[in-house]
Design a protein around this ligand. Structure first.
Ligand SMILES: Nc1ncnc2c1ncn2[C@@H]1O[C@H](COP(=O)(O)OP(=O)(O)OP(=O)(O)O)[C@@H](O)[C@H]1O
Ligand SMILES: [Mg+2]
Ligand SMILES: [Mg+2]
Length: 522
């Protein structure tokens, strides 16, 4: 079966087609390289494994293999049904809409590049032959997107089309004039500068890479540093595509990897540990963790992979780094400041950006442990996947919350304001940890209907042992220094964008806000 995906159209690296799962499959253990030091397949009693001495197998393996196989198939079926009931896989109509958006974007960048070539006064034959292209990466490129995921699409252009002028001005203006495009804005100061907009309602993240060529060839070897114009930004912007390709090459069974990652992402959202800006995981972190497990257990079914994932990472000796099995990786050990170092599987072999702090590290570990307790015995008669995906019970866990309310004049201003403040949240989290000890920054964005202006409200759980006498005014004052540091909101005090902070008790939460319901997408 061939795996066709937009990402593979212009690269010359073969990506393996999904393999048929080969038996014997096992419930919680499959032959493979020994797990890393510190890993024990389960807290359930273990027995020596005769096939792989030194590697222990769960006691469950002493059970009748036919029974195990039946359970394995049953739990896998139940998980697939659960995924369907949750709508984890987009419908064919949704897929068509995404493909259509990609095709239209490709047409737009083709027109754009001819226009830029003409504006530069390049010879007619160059104008005729030049081209630009689009490559999908992120969750869409991996084929693990949900119906509300964004599309991460890298625009590749020739050497004469610059980021500052041609991409951020000329192309932006062209996009802005299209009826399909809305909410467009530029994020120029990021490590990977990009445009962000909606195309027919689908969110698009749109960075740019400049090639060392007058035209983008049909086949691009994106692993060759010489093809990219010699600026670090262009090379870095390509890293998302390169990382995806390495992941797709390294996982032994693509279909199982995709299903498992979709489930893990749902779990992370439901348990409030999915949002890079709030100090939790982003999509790339979970993709690498999932790929790591898939590499080591090539024959495991989806349900076994889920169980192994929680077993594996609840016993992981953090800050031991997570690195995909790939002998070609030349990397330096992390500097010791990172709580959960995860290596990007491609040049420049950097650690994934992480905002994880002491509090969010503790929460993630607790959630791994909880996931492990739920999935360690899939043969239990009362086992139900729903338990794994229960929304995190904020109001049962915390009696007090930090309420952060952001308001603006209109929806456009609010969107920019919220994006900006979120990009500064790490400093607020660190400050809260020093005064409160622990904080659980619930990533879900709520709307308070009791506030007249357009608003987004966050409720962060505060330490059950905290005094709750935090001086919110001084906390806010400190945080606003970080928010106002750059030009963008330096005049915030006088601007229509506002930020309010307050400690509230769970009984003071507005009636229409339900913290314990399924979180929306970040
Ligand atoms: N913290 C990070 N460190 C390194 N690369 C990152 C980081 N965050 C994002 N990226 C790059 O940008 C890509 C897209 O990120 P994005 O936040 O859209 O997540 P995603 O994996 O596409 O999941 P989602 O379905 O939530 O959009 C990632 O695949 C990765 O290549
Ligand atoms: Mg994405
Ligand atoms: Mg994105």
């Amino acid at each position: 079966m061939a795996y066709a995906h937009p990402i593979h159209r212009r690269i010359n690296v073969p990506v393996p087609a999904p393999q048929i799962v080969v038996y014997p499959r096992t419930l919680v253990f499959s032959p493979g390289p020994p797990p890393p030091v510190g890993y024990l397949p389960g807290a359930i009693p273990v027995v020596p494994n005769p096939t792989f001495p030194g590697v222990v197998a769960p006691v469950a393996l002493r059970l009748n293999p036919a029974f195990l196989l039946r359970i394995d198939e049953q739990r896998t079926q139940e998980l697939i049904q659960f995924m369907a009931s949750e709508g984890l896989v987009p419908t064919p109509e949704e897929e068509m809409k995404r493909r259509d958006a990609m095709e239209q974007l490709e047409q737009i960048v083709l027109v754009w590049i001819k226009k830029v070539a003409w504006q530069r006064g390049l010879p007619k034959e160059v104008i005729d032959s030049t081209s630009a292209a689009i490559l999908a990466y992120g969750s869409y490129g991996l084929g693990v997107h949900g119906s509300d995921s964004d599309i991460d699409a890298l625009c590749i252009g020739p050497s004469f089309a610059t980021l500052e002028e041609d991409f951020f001005i000329v192309l932006r203006n062209m996009l802005q004039s299209r009826p399909e495009v809305s909410e467009i804005h530029c994020v120029k100061s990021a490590k990977v500068p990009l445009m962000r907009f909606k195309f027919n309602g689908i969110s698009i993240d749109f960075p740019y890479t400049q090639l060392q060529a007058i035209s983008v060839p049909d086949v691009v070897d994106i692993f060759d540093p010489h093809i990219v114009v010699s600026d670090e930004t262009s090379w870095r912007s390509l890293s998302g595509v390169r990382a995806n390709i390495r992941i797709l090459q390294l996982v032994p069974n693509l279909k199982n990897f995709q299903s498992m990652l979709r489930c893990i992402k749902l779990w992370a959202r439901r348990r409030g540990v999915y949002s890079h800006l709030h100090g939790f995981f982003g999509g790339i972190h979970l993709a690498i963790l999932a790929a790591h497990v898939c590499q080591r257990y090539p024959n495991a079914s989806i349900c076994a992979l889920m169980a192994i994932f929680f077993d594996y990472f609840s016993h992981w000796r953090w800050p031991e780094p997570v690195i995909l099995q790939d002998s070609s990786i030349p990397f330096k050990y992390p500097d010791g400041r990172s709580f959960m170092p995860i290596l990007m599987p491609c040049s420049p072999f950097e650690w994934c950006n992480s905002n994880i702090t002491r509090s969010t590290f503790d929460k993630i570990k607790a959630e791994f442990q909880q996931g492990y307790l739920i999935t360690r015995d899939l043969a239990r008669s009362d086992f139900n996947w729903i338990c794994l995906f229960e929304p995190f019970p904020y109001t049962k866990r915390y009696s007090h919350f930090l309420r952060i309310c952001l308001t603006a004049h209109d929806g456009d201003e609010l969107r920019d304001w919220v994006g900006w403040v979120k990009s500064r949240f790490r400093s607020l989290l660190l400050k809260l940890e020093t005064v409160q000890g622990y904080c659980d920054p619930n990533p879900t964005e709520y709307v308070d209907h009791n506030v007249a202006e357009p608003n987004v409200v966050f409720f962060w759980g505060l330490s059950p042992n905290g005094s709750f006498s935090t001086n919110v005014d001084s906390l806010k004052e400190d945080f606003m220094k970080s928010v106002n540091k750059e030009d963008m909101y330096s005049g915030c005090q006088g601007s229509p964008c506002k930020l309010d902070m307050l400690v509230v008790q769970s009984c003071q939460l507005p009636k229409h806000i339900h913290l314990d319901w399924s979180p929306q997408r970040d």
